[in-house]
Design a protein around this ligand. Structure first.
Ligand SMILES: [Zn+2]
Ligand SMILES: [Zn+2]
Ligand SMILES: [Zn+2]
Length: 127
């Protein structure tokens, strides 16, 4: 059975309001600030659940897991600013084609891939 608790919903909507990747601690602090009393461990667990279910993207940075709301059900990639964490969801037909081709060439079937592109966003590059 899927656990749909209010804590999970609170974490999900806090994540929705952020355009950048955030850590569990940051999200926890934001929730507390808005008057939601929720434990840090619960935030960790909810984020991990959301990531497993494809409703959040996770990313490892300097040993810490960062999360961002992700559009579920549609395959896409991310363009991530390595300075401020701004994330843009992108579709890339060339990547889909390349992944299918390279898998076939090596005799692999049912290929899947994760491709995120890191760089500096226009704001950070001009700062
Ligand atoms: Zn996404
Ligand atoms: Zn940036
Ligand atoms: Zn793809």
């Amino acid at each position: 059975m899927k656990r749909h608790t209010w804590q999970r919903d609170a974490v999900r909507s806090a994540l929705d309001t952020s355009e950048t990747f955030v850590s569990a601690q940051e999200l926890h602090a934001a929730l507390r600030e808005s008057g939601t009393s929720i434990g840090l461990a619960t935030v960790y667990r909810a984020l991990a659940d959301l990531a497993v279910e494809g409703e959040a993207d996770s990313l490892q940075q300097e040993g810490e897991s960062l999360y961002r709301a992700c559009t579920p059900g549609s395959h896409h990639h991310h363009l991530i600013c390595r300075n401020c964490g701004l994330t843009v969801e992108i579709e890339a037909d060339e990547v889909e084609q390349w992944a299918a081709d390279v898998a076939r060439k090596h005799g692999f079937s049912d290929p899947q891939h994760v491709v995120d592109v890191f760089g500096l966003c226009a704001n950070c590059a001009s700062a």
